[in-house]
Design a protein around this ligand. Sequence first.
Ligand code: UT7
Length: 328
Amino acid sequence: MCEAKRVGILGLGAYLPEKVLTNKELERMVDTTDEWITTRTGIKERRIARKDEATSDMAAEAGRRALKAAGLNIEDIDLIIVATITPDMFFPATACLVQDKLGAKRVPAFDVSVACSGFIYGLAIAEQFIRSGTYKHALVIAAEKLSAITDWSDRATCVLFGDGAGAAVLGPVDKGGILSAYLGANGKQGDLIKLPAGGSRIPATKKTIEDRLHFIKMNGSELFRHAVKIMADAALEVTKPLNLKAEDISLVIPHQANIRILNAVAKRMGLTEDKIYLNIERYGNMSAASSAVALVEAVQEGRIKKGDKILLDAFGGGLTWGALVIEW
Ligand code: UT7
């Protein structure tokens, strides 16, 4: 076993479903307005997967694109992690379905279920396996079909979410890579956002369906309050061991839940708003896939240069949170 000193991102890929659902269209579905959604959240439109398109389909396509960008073949991958709260089914794990779809070797494949923090948890887990020398290359995918668990009659939630997938190939690098990781959770606040039924606590019945318990239930304003503090604290915790100040961070790639949350986080961190990467306008909140797709697009748009130190920062249901500093 040979230890890899540094672990970095070798390639990235994203997949967004073609169908765009605009705020204007939502105005015709529930009692809302483009103006309310835009000013309260920053969202203008989101992507919606086809009926026949499941999370593993989007995940596999993002994975293929990340492999291509890394210049690697699927045979090079030793570990597959999929971060999702919208698996194709309870089991098998979506990661196993992706392993099959991509024609990978019989490598370990498992899901991580920590909602919006999933991409960061996945990267941090994979980094440990590679750094220890257990595996050389890992494929970490964050993919969500939130449209499948969204209550399209609830204006408080249905305007927020979207579908999509982002993926990263991790492996040993000579310079830079993941410099620091910070993960956390607080199960006491699990009630703030959840999907109540369908598990072992409240198995599916005709009544649970009638009561609409198979959709996301959320206390938005409480979550908002926690989100700002949690994301700012996570940024502080992950940069502390590196003695980094806010100005040493070139770009923050945050979970995209609400533009007002992100502006408040920037303020708390002492950063100007232009240092926070945003694509919420186009995709809404895609849970784990949000920070993954944001990272892919920030790189594609040339917002990240060699040597830059970037900060990934997310919070979500659980509650869970995670932050990573990566030197590009
Ligand atoms: O991904 C991690 C988990 N999710 C989050 O982090 C979400 C965090 N929370 C938020 O982003 C915000 O709390 C929301 C965008 C969900 C809501 O914004 P808000 O400013 O906290 O609004 P609110 O829930 O306090 O509602 C204000 C008003 C209410 O009306 P009344 O009671 O003041 O008459 C709502 O009924 O806005 C109403 N409202 C809407 N109006 C038009 C709620 N949803 C809508 C809507 N269109 N879609």
